[in-house]
Every structure is written in structure tokens, then in C-alpha cells.
Design a protein around this ligand. Structure first.
Ligand code: PAF
Length: 299
């Protein structure tokens, strides 16, 4: 496996690969890889000739009071994992390779970026798009792979690719979970043993909402604002019983536009962000249209 640290070396390499008509699969990451990332690599391996992983903790997507400085970093370990998983090339640039001192042209993310995670992380998706766009320009992948856990990120990048005519096909890969249902995340590392146990409330509340909607769908096609408030209120009470926890958001949205909806027969996304101590955990479930049998795989 090759490791490249500079833009120029990457561009030279990509030029060679393009001359050979190589199908490039790209997995952008912030490192501290876990089985979720490895599943993205596996999906890329299935359909691409060459798999490229980027490892870059992107300062632009962290707010001023967020965990940029403490975000876990383990480059040597990540490189070993990538080698063992059959990755061909890792791009691990220092910040100055990707972020100029002064940036004049920025991408603005409207509607899709203002609700769910965008409410408490106002510039987050703008920072994600800034870096993913640059990475797409450098790597020029045929396919890029992202996890469903960050479904809002996926939808926004999908929109960016459409709006800016970026020639890449996006693939969303299912969230990987521990056997007790907790979605894998690099941030799980922050949890104490006790908090790790408390964190199970995240998949549990999503499972609860999913089961309620599945039941309601049998007899009704609309869920009024009042009914949603009652349902989400029940769930907030469940979270309130967990020590040192706080709901950031919990929502039932249309999977088309990630906006509030009362039409529960369409494909829905049940999404939540919950703080366990100071660790903010997110998770979601895609509830396919009309299905009455769908259950959430988290316990
Ligand atoms: O999902 C992530 O790890 C990051 O948001 C990404 C896509 C690598 C951009 O920094």
C-alpha cells in the first residue's frame, strides 16, 4: 500500500491511474478507523480497481467549542488497518495541503444543512462540503462511499455532486453496529464504561419510534404535529431517565428533503442526536415507504 501526503504526489498518481482507465473507489475519512470505515472499504473493493482512503481531521467542520483538538488520531494504526484491508493508497495530508491561509470562495449549504445536525452545528456541513469537494477534485473518483450513520452528510454531498456536476457516483453503506445495537463511531472512544451502557438509549429510542410508526401506519397515513409531539415527548422522557444525557434532536423527517412531514406512508428517516455526558452521538433509521414490517436493527 502506498501512502501519499502531498497534493502534487496525489495528482501525479491519479493522472497515471486515469491514463490506465482505472476505476477509482474513494473512502474519505477522518481516521481512527473502525469496522464502519472498513465496511466502506470492502464495498469499494467489490466494484473498483483501486481503493483510495483519505485520512484528514477536517478543522473546517468543527465548531469553536467542539472536539477538534481531542478528536482521536492514530495514523500508524489506521495505515496498518488499511494495508490489511487491501487499500491501495492512503492520502493523509497535513492541514496546509488542503486549507489555504485565506479562502475567498466558499460553498454555501442551504435548506438541507440547517435542520437536524445543522441546528446545533451551524457551519458543519459547509466545512464538510469544502473539504469533500476538494478531495473529489484531487482524487477524481468514479465512486465514493459514505456511511448511513451520517445520512444528512450523505444527502448534502449528493446534492453538491448534482448541483456542481461532479462526475462521481455516491454509495451509501449501512451503519455497522456493535452486537448490542450501538452504532460504531470514532466518538464512542470518549465514553466511560458506564456511559457506554447509557449510550444504548440512542438506538433504543430510534427503535421505539420506528415501532410506533409502523403500528400507526396500519390505521393512518398522517401523523399530525400534535401526535408527533406526544410520541417524541414519550421518547424524551425515556432519555431523561438516563443520567447525564440530553437530547440534541429527535425527528421524523421525509427522506426526500430531510424536512418535517406529516405523511407517514412515504420513506421516512427517524434521526436522533443525544449527548451522553459531553459526547454527542447520532444515529438514524430509514423507514421504507408504506412497509408495516420494518423494524430497526438496533436493539
Ligand atoms: O464522515 C466523515 O468522516 C467526514 O465528515 C468526511 C466525509 C471525511 C469529511 O471530512
Amino acid at each position: 500500500m502506498e501512502t501519499i501526503y502531498t497534493r502534487i504526489a496525489l495528482q501525479n498518481k491519479i493522472q497515471q491511474l486515469k491514463q490506465q482507465n482505472t476505476v477509482i473507489g474513494f473512502v474519505p475519512t477522518m481516521g481512527f478507523l473502525h469496522d464502519g470505515h472498513l465496511s466502506l472499504i470492502d464495498e469499494a473493493r467489490k466494484i473498483c480497481d483501486v481503493v483510495i482512503v483519505s485520512i484528514f481531521v477536517n478543522p473546517l467542520q468543527f465548531g469553536p467549542n467542539e472536539d477538534f483538538n481531542n478528536y482521536p488520531r492514530a495514523l500508524e494504526r489506521d495505515l496498518k488497518l488499511c494495508t490489511n484491508r487491501g487499500v491501495d493508497l492512503v492520502f493523509a495530508p497535513p492541514a496546509e495541503e488542503l486549507i489555504a491561509q485565506e479562502t475567498l470562495v466558499v460553498l454555501n449549504v442551504s435548506q438541507l444543512g440547517t435542520n437536524l445536525c445543522g441546528k446545533s452545528r451551524p457551519n458543519h456541513f459547509q466545512g464538510v462540503c469544502a473539504i469533500v469537494n476538494k478531495l473529489f477534485n484531487l482524487v477524481q473518483p468514479n465512486y465514493a462511499f459514505f456511511g448511513q450513520k451520517d445520512i444528512q452528510q450523505f444527502k448534502i454531498i449528493e446534492r453538491m455532486v448534482n448541483d456542481l456536476f461532479i462526475p462521481v457516483k455516491l454509495k451509501m453503506v449501512k451503519t455497522v453496529r456493535n452486537s448490542d445495537g450501538l452504532a460504531l463511531s470514532s466518538r464512542n472512544k470518549y465514553l466511560s464504561v458506564e456511559q457506554r451502557q447509557h449510550a444504548l438509549i440512542v438506538p433504543q429510542v430510534i427503535a421505539f419510534i420506528v415501532s410506533q410508526i409502523v403500528k400507526l401506519r396500519e390505521s393512518q397515513s398522517q401523523l399530525t404535529q400534535e401526535q408527533q409531539e406526544i410520541l417524541l415527548g414519550q421518547v424524551k422522557d425515556m432519555v431523561a431517565k438516563i443520567p447525564d444525557s440530553r437530547v440534541d434532536y429527535m425527528e421524523i423527517v421525509s427522506s426526500n428533503n430531510l424536512q418535517y412531514t406529516e405523511d407517514i406512508k412515504q420513506e421516512l428517516i427517524i434521526a436522533a442526536a443525544i449527548f451522553i455526558g459531553s459526547t454527542r452521538l447520532i444515529d438514524n433509521h430509514i423507514l421504507s415507504a408504506k412497509s408495516c414490517e420494518d423494524t430497526f436493527i438496533g436493539k
